[in-house]
Design a binder for this molecule. Structure first.
Ligand SMILES: [Fe+2]
Length: 128
């Protein structure tokens, strides 16, 4: 993660923002400082939260968990993000969807790749 990919959440109203350009100011929502989300690689149920990047015939697939994460109303993966060199791809998910995302890009052209996902209960995770 570079500073410009940082994700902040308001723990009062739930607003979440991703930084596209950094400035010196502090991000504030609901009159409180927003929380910088830590990208976890360990913690509660890594087997259901760590994004796994796989090459496919059409591009790249990101699966959330070696055991698929639940996609229930109150506990689901809200989005999956793939950061490939200087491009960011995001797929937003809803309850009932599969906890995975496929992106149309050529893995061969990429030098640096990583994936992140956000679980509504267990927060932000990144591929190991
Ligand atoms: Fe979770």
């Amino acid at each position: 993660m570079t500073e410009k990919d940082e994700i902040y959440r308001c723990n009062i109203c739930g607003n979440m923002v991703q930084v596209l350009h950094t400035g010196p100011g502090k991000l504030v929502c609901c009159e409180n400082q927003m929380e910088l989300l830590e990208e976890k690689t360990d913690g509660v149920g890594p087997e259901k939260h760590l994004p796994i990047i796989e090459k496919t015939d059409d591009g790249v697939k990101v699966k959330v968990g070696s055991i698929p994460h639940p996609m229930e109303e109150n506990h689901c993966i809200e989005w999956i993000e793939l950061i490939a060199d200087n491009k960011i791809y995001t797929k937003f998910l809803k309850p009932g969807d599969k906890p995975e995302a496929e992106f149309n890009l050529k893995m061969e052209d990429i030098t640096q790749i990583m994936a992140r996902e956000y679980c509504s209960i267990h927060g932000l995770w990144k591929s190991a």
